[in-house]
Design a protein. Sequence first.
Length: 122
Amino acid sequence: GVDAVQSILGCSIGKGNLILDLHGKQAFSFFERKNGNSMRLVLKELPQMAREERLRFMLDTPANELFEIMSVKKSLPEKAKIFESQKCGNCGERTAEPWLRVRGGRMLCLDCAAVEKIDKIS
């Protein structure tokens, strides 16, 4: 589902116009910032069938038969924030500032901060 949304709408997490809110559902909320319109598509229960049959069914079935069209219960998300990146003080990989942690006076990425924490415990 998410791959299709990205392909059809040209959005991605990297551009900040796709927000993954993982709750194990095939449900998608769409917002139009310019006019405030929104809608939610929720995949209806599909008949049991083999993978290839299911794909063909989904491609051939009109969208209004595949999805319930609902109103969105959430408010419009904030615009994406653009963060500076800094090099991790351990591995040197550039990391957006919100995902850096200060450990021993050094800025570490989450991976290196977790390893350092484990090393101190053992």
